[in-house]
Write a protein that binds this ligand. Structure first.
Ligand code: MEV
Length: 341
């Protein structure tokens, strides 16, 4: 029976998170950190999800000291959130292909904790969709028609699971590279830069789900609509300027724009206390710019260093303050698929 392996990069938002949910443009990129999904169809209708290679939260282990047996206590909320992207993705894929519900064995490998804020839920949605379509159609990674289908259906999966989601994460992860996102189409455009940026991508524990943070911003917009609309317009302007800066390799300008975007995210109430500190410390250590990246509430952040040596100094500072650094560069590709009989 065919076994399909999908390699999916994580992603970082450079500019425009949250505003992109309100149809404003954004800039995001894949990073060279991967989630691997391997899957095959089963003869019956069971769905077996193997988490051997993924770091997954559990609540505890209960030992019976008489029988010697034990039970693992899952964090139900966390596990159902995480698996719902797989279950929902398979439903959407099979409905699209007009085929019956089938059984699957799916194995996940990830060096990133799921839910760290680096597009891991979008990566699982893209990977599930790419796997399901591959098991039925045997497409190749370069098939542009299937790629578009993966991006759109993975976005639909995120919308169904989270309630509200922009196409930014699923489109970026599908196509890869530094992408200018046009959610109103939806489509993306690759931004080829004249420069390789010395970027630092890290994370701290994320205390809220993306859905909760998107809702928080929505509630704020309900209370202060005209002020929030002005902030969304400011983000649109920042993204427009940042697009030019990326294309021309203008790192100084990008750094300034990152700091302004971070300030807007503070105003939207999604920046955690740890991120406020880390961003200020990185700036004091000479970073050209730094900001929360993605939904916030902890999670991912990015900074821009002056050169490679400076990036390593900043990495050490982040780690001394309890953050984890996962990448010092961006990546130019999206997901890939391979087959084995
Ligand atoms: C999450 O990675 C980014 C948000 O803008 C939500 C979205 O785009 O769906 C906060």
């Amino acid at each position: 029976m065919t076994v399909v392996s999908i390699r999916i990069p994580a992603k970082v938002t450079l500019f425009g998170e949250h505003a992109v949910v309100y149809n404003k443009p954004a800039i995001a990129s894949t990073i060279p950190v991967f989630i691997d999904i391997t899957g095959r169809k089963l003869d019956d209708r069971r769905l077996l999800i193997n988490l051997d290679g993924a770091s997954v939260q559990i609540k505890g282990i209960l030992f019976d000291r008489i029988s010697g047996g034990h039970t693992v206590l899952p964090d139900d909320n966390y596990l159902s959130r995480f698996t719902s992207y797989i279950v929902t993705g398979l439903d959407i894929c099979e409905d699209e292909l007009k085929i019956n519900r089938s059984g699957y064995e799916v194995s996940i490998g990830s060096s990133l904790p799921i839910g760290a804020g680096l597009g891991t839920s979008a990566a699982i949605s893209v990977g599930t969709m790419a796997m399901c379509l591959a098991l039925s159609t045997h497409y190749s990674t370069d098939d542009s028609h299937v790629k578009k289908m993966v991006a759109l259906l993975a976005w639909k999966t995120e919308q169904r699971v989270q309630g509200m989601a922009s196409p930014m994460d699923t489109f970026t992860i599908t196509y890869g590279g530094i992408r200018y996102i046009k959610p109103w189409i939806p489509d993306t455009e690759i931004l080829n830069s004249t420069n390789k940026f010395n970027i630092i991508v890290g994370y701290t524990p994320k205390r809220y789900t993306t859905a909760e943070l998107v809702k928080k911003v929505k509630n704020l917009r309900t209370k202060e609509e005209s002020v929030m609309n002005m902030l969304l317009d400011v983000v649109e302007k920042i993204v427009g300027e940042a697009r030019d800066a990326v294309v021309h390799g203008d790192a100084e300008k990008l750094g300034i724009l990152m700091n302004i975007n971070h300030g807007v995210l503070e105003s939207m109430g999604v920046v955690s206390l740890e991120h406020s500190y880390i961003v200020k410390i990185l700036l004091a250590a000479g970073a050209l710019g730094a900001k929360t990246s993605g939904a916030g509430g902890g999670g991912a952040f990015i900074a821009l260093a002056r050169n490679r040596e400076h990036a390593i100094v900043l990495k050490n500072i982040v780690e001394a303050f309890g953050g984890k650094v996962v990448a010092l560069e961006l990546y130019e590709k999206g997901f890939t698929v391979s087959y084995r009989e």
